[in-house]
Design a protein around this ligand. Sequence first.
Ligand SMILES: *Cc1c(COP(=O)(O)O)cnc(C)c1O
Length: 408
Amino acid sequence: MAKINENYLKLQAGYLFPEIGRRVSEFIAANPDKKVIKMGIGDVTQPLVPSVVKAFHEGVDEMAKAETFKGYGPEQGYAFLREAIAKNAYQENGIDISADDIFISDGSKCDTGNIQEIFGNDNKIAICDPVYPVYADTTVMAGKTGGYDSGHYEGIIYMPCTIENNFIPRLPEETPDLIFLCYPNNPMGTVATKEELKKWVDYAAKNKSIILYDAAYEAFITEEGIPHSIYEIDGAKEVAIEFRSFSKTAGFTGTRCAFTVVPSELKAFDSEGKTHPVKPLWNRRQSTKFNGVSYPVQKAAAAVYTEQGKKEVAEIIAYYLENARIMKESLTEAGYEVFGGVNAPYIWVKTKNGMSSWDFFDKVLNEANVVGTPGSGFGPAGEGYFRFSAFADRENTIEAMERIKNLK
Ligand SMILES: *Cc1c(COP(=O)(O)O)cnc(C)c1O
């Protein structure tokens, strides 16, 4: 008799985006003449930049000739890409990360989920509330939790992030073994300063915990002094894994390329308290279960780090951030309390008069014909908040904001 992994039965149905889709379809069916502007989903809209497309084409052409054809590549990724990342994303910013610590993959979503496998099921996991749903769901799938009750899985340590704590979680009372942090944050669009991250790195060192640091939105940081990498903090190489992705940085959501940094210095413990380096475990996991990212995609990703590529990608990021600036200004004028949007492509809005996230969703959809994401969909502490994404095009962004300003 085949038995299922019963942990999957604990998972709550993916409710948020299907429910948004249902309400939007219903509205469009009832109002076919209305133009609905979508600022809900966290996906990019601008095409790949010319340097990336050129390298991508060249990669395909190489695959088309016997002399340059490539079969399986290294599971960890091609050296040319790992070296380009080490140099451009780290060493040039004074961070001592070597190509050998970098593992190329097809996405940070996969990596933040798969990383759970190399850590035992008796680890306590801490996550923020609200949060990117992947961290909790993959923790459940791995069997590290109990059942679900009123927005929380039993056994996960939830760290509420609200106006009251400036969207930076307090150090939890119960000590976690693995801590997911994401800055710049999705959904809140907020960032952590060096001092705040230092507090977490010191906490992890003291408690022998590991920080799983999702820096998918690093490229959107504009303000001086905000860390782009957790490794800017002294001691972080001993306690942190960093995830980065080309998805939001360079429009790779449909092309697929990301990387994970597991420094040689990072250690974890066996049941007898003996230390083991973590990197060989991740290397073993990837080499066994993953056969690498396609060669043309890795070529395309490396082009992000050429002089021209950097310039082109920076223009796209600036375009989205200008959208965010317009949104922040308009929503503030309209009397909302607004967070994020300066170092991230998300705007996190407090609804007025304690209106619930879903009531605000319906109001904005029905009266302004704009789609956003209810904050409560990212966790109970997101109730009373709403996320707008800055990935729409400029014209629609401006129109959407005019309509929201005119809301009664
Ligand atoms: C978009 C996003 C990612 C990137 O995922 P990919 O699988 O690399 O596309 C990672 N983390 C967060 C929080 C995100 O929003």
